[in-house]
Design a protein around this ligand. Structure first.
Ligand SMILES: [Cu+2]
Length: 576
């Protein structure tokens, strides 16, 4: 029957549909890209493979050549150690496409919050398996350090993009979520394999740093093979995590820290994450034309900040957790990322998302990993978009941060009165400036008129502050905070996520680089970053929806020497 359908589709129905699509593609509605996508999907269904054009242009690593890369301090990081190089032909003969695992409700892997796990047997087995992986020879794909190097390769740009003379990096764009999901997926299955038959459904625990009970370094990771020497000892339990950490500890009490952490989670998961791009990161595509660099809210905070908070302060780049090239050497990395992975789904549920982008460049982007049977597997982003097909689930955790919508520090009416007396510096786009000191600018915005238009805008559009042309020079770790309608700069400097005037923070982690990238188009050294902050809800709370401008205060917090921006503007765009 299926053969007949395919035959009929190929010989009769398909040509008719193609001609129809071709004809309709000249009309404006539906738009051309949607038509093209549907044609491609149909093509794949009938012929069982993607178009030649698509395979050639997908975003992914050229694994035929792992190249030496360097930390930000120009120290060689040797990510490629132990990694075999393939010729194009060998790769085609070796790698297989990802297949969804078989599982049922009785053997699904259940990832639990690490602070709730008291099962000593589980902990002992997890430690034993990790120990085992650490002792494997480096050329074994399951070796613990070798797995860490995999993260290093995809972070520092050890691989070029396939077909382009340009590096591939999986941070600071939308690749962040699916890549780490796949990485964790295989790590977990490798551990389970090592544990043997009885532990076939082993699951990694998640570091639940978004609830008060989980806001400290997990005890499970403080001993045996799960302990790691390269961590900041002054941050050991029972110290509360500082989820907005940059370089130094704040002097808040434990209770205040918990409050600040919850308020930050609210901003990163709710008010600041109301559009696909704001949460996921910028939609990178293959080649120079598709390059972009823009971090999603959760990647910025608390992902980057918890990394830095865990790494050792005395080390040049806060190794190991504080630098991308070394982060995955610490077993705690995997629990940290399990929480990130879980929160991706939590965000989807909050906004009732099924799919972030309906876009072949997104679906077809790919990576390579070794599975638990040492098979090299080609994983596409589309394989990682439905967690329920992947054989693991999360024990739900409460979301106390949902009730932590910050309140304005100063009554909006009073603040606006004070701000009206401020001299307008004649804002025209800054004309570029360095981030050497705190500054405040008045940024114009358009006020939507008409009841129906306003209703539509409220539902579908997100207003954003766009800090553009951020030039971080040699990829230093930069941090600056952005506030809206703050009465004065001194108050902004003394404030954090607990006040509604706080819009967001820009924070990058040191990522490492390739020294030969000077001649290549390389994100962190050649092209500039854009930082977008969703502010629609903030404008409502600050009663600024009807104002034709807002005051934006930028507070540099560190690492900003030599860092400049081109300007600040307001943009509105569709949420999805
Ligand atoms: Cu990470």
């Amino acid at each position: 029957m299926e053969n007949f359908l395919r035959y009929a589709a190929t010989r009769v129905i398909l040509p008719v549909i193609f001609i129809t699509l071709l004809l309709t593609s000249f009309s404006v509605d539906p738009p051309l890209p949607a038509v093209k996508q549907k044609a491609q999907t149909l093509f794949r269904w009938v012929f069982g493979f993607s178009t030649v054009e698509q395979r050639r242009t997908s975003l992914g690593p050229n694994v035929t050549k792992c190249q030496a890369s360097f930390s930000d301090a120009d120290a060689p990081v040797n990510c490629c150690a132990g990694v075999p190089s393939f010729t194009e032909e060998e790769l085609l003969a070796t790698a297989v496409d990802f297949k969804f695992p078989e599982f049922n409700s009785s053997n699904i892997r259940v990832r639990r919050p690490v602070h709730t796990i008291k099962d000593q047997d589980y902990i002992a087995r997890y430690r034993r398996a990790t120990e085992y992986l650490k002792n494997l020879p480096l050329n074994h794909p399951h070796n613990f350090a070798r797995q860490a190097n995999m993260h290093c390769m995809y972070c520092t740009g050890a691989y070029d993009q396939v077909n382009y003379d340009m590096v591939l990096k999986i941070h600071r764009t939308r690749l962040f979520f699916p890549w780490h999901r796949a990485y964790l997926y295989f790590h977990e299955r490798i551990l389970a394999k090592v544990m043997g038959e009885e532990d076939d459904n082993f699951a990694v625990p998640y570091w639940n740093w978004d609830v008060p009970e989980g806001m400290y370094m997990p005890e499970m990771f403080m001993e045996g093979s799960l302990y790691h020497f390269n961590r900041e000892e002054t941050h050991f339990p029972p110290l509360v995590t500082q989820n907005d950490f940059y370089r130094t500890d704040n002097n808040l009490t434990s209770e205040e820290r918990v409050e600040a952490n919850l308020a930050l989670m609210y901003v990163q998961m709710v008010s600041g994450a109301r559009s696909t791009e704001l949460f996921m990161g910028c939609p990178v595509k293959p080649g120079p034309a598709g390059w972009c660099m823009g971090l999603g809210t959760l990647e910025m905070y608390p992902h980057n900040s918890i990394h830095s908070w865990t790494g050792k302060l005395a080390n040049p780049e806060r190794e190991d957790m504080g630098a991308f090239y070394s982060a995955a050497r610490d077993p705690l990395f995997y629990s940290h990322h399990a929480n990130i992975d879980r929160l991706w789904d939590v965000w989807r549920d909050l906004y009732d998302y099924k799919l972030e982008w309906d876009d072949p460049d997104w679906f077809e982007s790919f990576f390579y990993f070794y599975d638990e049977n040492m098979q090299l597997v080609r994983v596409k982003v589309s394989d990682m978009l439905d967690r329920t097909k992947l054989g693991y689930r999360y024990v739900e955790s409460p979301t106390p941060w949902l009730n932590h919508r910050p309140k304005p520090l100063v009554k909006p009416r009073l603040a606006k009165k004070a701000l009206a007396k401020k001299t307008d510096t004649g804002y025209v786009g800054l004309g570029g400036r360095t981030l050497d000191s705190t500054f405040t600018v008045r940024v114009p915005r358009t006020v939507t008129v008409g009841k129906e238009m306003r209703r539509k805008e409220k539902e579908e559009v997100e207003e954003m502050i766009v800090v553009y042309g951020i030039d971080a020079g040699d990829d230093v770790a930069v941090r600056f905070d952005v506030f809206v309608n703050m009465i004065d700069e001194a108050t902004a400097i003394a404030s954090d996520a607990r006040v509604r005037e706080y819009a967001g923070s820009f924070l990058t982690m040191r990522s490492g680089k390739r020294l030969d990238t000077a001649t290549k188009i390389e994100g962190s050294t050649k092209l500039k970053t854009t930082f977008k902050i969703g502010i629609s809800e903030i404008l409502e709370d600050l009663e600024a929806v009807d104002d034709d401008s807002i005051w934006v205060t930028v507070v540099p917090r560190g690492g900003v020497t030599g860092v400049s921006i081109e300007g600040i503007k307001i943009e509105k765009s569709k949420r999805r």
